[in-house]
Design a protein. Structure first.
Length: 432
């Protein structure tokens, strides 16, 4: 029983190896492999047959005779020209062995032709790579675009403007003037996935014209790297609505209703829910799920709004059913929270990189008119700036002073208004 299991496992391993090899190699190499195996088998069979039929010859002579036949030397061994009265070496040979020898010669000649084709393919490919000045494929944390049609080229151009590492896959070569700084893999998409370092890729964008092909390649990509962000283009809105619930790990975007900018922004990993045009600019409704280490984690909504130039429109606390529309800007985000904002592509880029706009304003507090104003003023400082209550009370007990916290202009102006309501005199100053 153990021997049967071992044999079965061996067969499975051989089948898996052949399947992986079949998928990874091109057609000429597959044919060359089949021919090489056939020639090797014929070579061994020919040695055995000649050794059995002519026991007087050595194995070495049978070896070289079979090699001569495989290299097209049938006429050398079985030529029709007779010298004097000497018989031909094939006079006593049975017809089936001579026919087998002829078959070896024909198969050997075909194999030589395949070798020539393989060498030609290798030379042309090496020449192409020699003149191809495109950069190499990134190793990790990059984006892969499959289908460099007009939409795919626009998406790639936008991602290059955002300084995102990327690689493209296209069935045919592109002009050197088309995206010259983008690494390019030419060939079938299913075979090119392994060459694109997909296991370490950040996102994969499928913008081909065939809905089913995009879906098929997307499933293969997800199987190879389940952690990658998957964006699939669809030509049909109904197709998108039907497919999206079945693949929650992917974003199925209808290309007829969206633009290249949305595909580029979705590659950052955010969920673009909708978009609209405002003053010749695309504004996207984008959803964020806050995680530890995110650029938004631990920030006040006021800091996010001013620092990244976005408009928070919905906030939902972690593990709570209720949510807030147009939330107060004093809310601080924690891991697990949900936030939806209105943002442009440049805003999403700043959030992705954590590049907040500089804080150029401070608040100067002159005095508190009442004793309660000190307490209430400290509470407003904590609420609006996000500092600790200990620091806020210490600052309010040592007036006049300038708060040592740089703020955004809207934050500083709002803090002054709230302090004025609790009878604390303050004003906004610009940081030189």
């Amino acid at each position: 029983m153990e021997q049967l299991i071992t044999t079965k496992n061996l067969k499975d391993k051989i089948a898996q190896f052949w399947q992986s090899y079949y998928q990874s190699q091109n057609q000429i190499r597959r044919i060359a492999t089949i021919y090489a195996m056939t020639v090797l088998i014929l070579w061994l069979v020919g040695i055995v047959l000649y050794r059995l039929y002519y026991p007087d010859i050595s194995i070495q002579e049978a070896f070289y005779a079979t090699a001569v036949l495989l290299l097209g030397g049938y006429g050398d061994l079985f030529g029709s020209v007779e010298f004097a009265s000497q018989p031909k070496p094939s006079d006593d040979m049975p017809w089936w062995l001579r026919f087998f020898s002829l078959g070896m010669t024909l198969i050997g000649q075909a194999f030589v032709g395949v070798l020539y084709a393989l060498l030609t393919d290798a030379l042309v490919t090496s020449k192409f790579h020699f003149f191809n000045s495109r950069p190499p494929i990134p190793q990790r944390n990059h984006l892969v675009i499959i289908g460099l049609n007009r939409l795919g080229q626009k998406v790639a151009a936008l991602l290059q403007e955002l300084n995102q590492p990327l690689a493209g896959i296209h069935p045919t070569t592109l002009d050197q003037e088309t995206l010259p700084d983008m690494p390019l893999i030419v060939g079938n998409a299913t075979e090119a996935l392994t060459k694109a370092n997909l296991s370490h890729a950040k996102s994969i964008i499928l913008v081909g014209d065939d809905n089913m092909e995009n879906l098929e390649i997307g499933l293969m990509a997800h199987a190879m790297n389940p952690a990658t962000t998957l964006i699939i283009r669809s030509q049909d809105r109904q197709f998108s609505d039907n497919i999206a619930p079945l693949f929650p790990y992917a974003q199925v975007l209808c290309g007829a209703a969206l633009s290249a900018e949305v595909f580029a922004c979705a590659a950052f990993g955010e969920n673009v829910l909708s978009l609209f045009h405002l003053n010749e600019q695309i504004v996207m409704v984008t959803e964020y799920k806050i995680e530890d280490g995110d650029t938004l984690n631990g920030l006040l909504l006021s800091e996010i709004a001013s620092g990244y130039s976005v408009v928070p429109i919905l906030y939902q606390k972690y593990q709570r059913d209720n949510y807030s529309l147009m939330p107060w800007y004093d809310v601080k985000l924690d891991a697990g929270d949900r936030l939806i904002v209105l943002a442009t592509s440049s805003s999403l880029q700043r959030i992705e990189w954590g590049e907040m706009l500089p804080r150029l304003w401070q608040v100067q507090i002159e005095k508190a008119l009442t004793a309660n104003a000190i307490i209430y003023g400290a509470e407003e400082i904590v609420l609006i700036t996000g500092c600790s209550s200990t620091n806020a009370r210490q600052w309010m007990n040592n007036l006049p002073r300038v708060l040592p916290i740089p703020l955004y202009k809207h934050q500083a102006q709002r803090l002054v208004r709230e302090l004025t309501k609790v009878q604390v005199l303050a004003n906004v100053i610009y940081i030189e």
